[in-house]
Design a protein. Structure first.
Length: 96
């Protein structure tokens, strides 16, 4: 099914995703997320950005030490379900 990517606006195959980002601090933590119907390119970019940030900055707190692995597993599991997605529009006009 084709629709428009909510991140970049391109038409093509999309999938509903929600990636999380966690930042641990000594006595606080921050948690954010982004989601919507994204194309494969935007899924790849968002996964790398949010998961990479969490892998580096997520560990720096007592509670964050336990939250970070959960976020990493969630993001990775969600990303793995999108690997079979076509990367661009597959509908081509038929030639006569």
């Amino acid at each position: 099914m084709s629709s428009y990517c909510q991140a970049c606006g391109r038409a093509g195959p999309t999938r509903k995703v929600q990636f999380h980002k966690h930042t641990g601090m000594l006595i606080m933590m921050q948690h954010g997320h982004i989601g919507g119907n994204f194309c494969k390119s935007c899924i790849n970019d968002t996964f790398m950005k949010y998961t990479g940030w969490t892998a580096v900055a997520g560990w720096w707190g007592m509670i964050s030490f336990f939250v970070t692995p959960c976020v990493l597993v969630w993001n990775t599991g969600l990303y793995l379900t999108t690997l079979g997605m076509p990367s661009e529009q597959t509908d081509t006009p038929q030639q006569m």
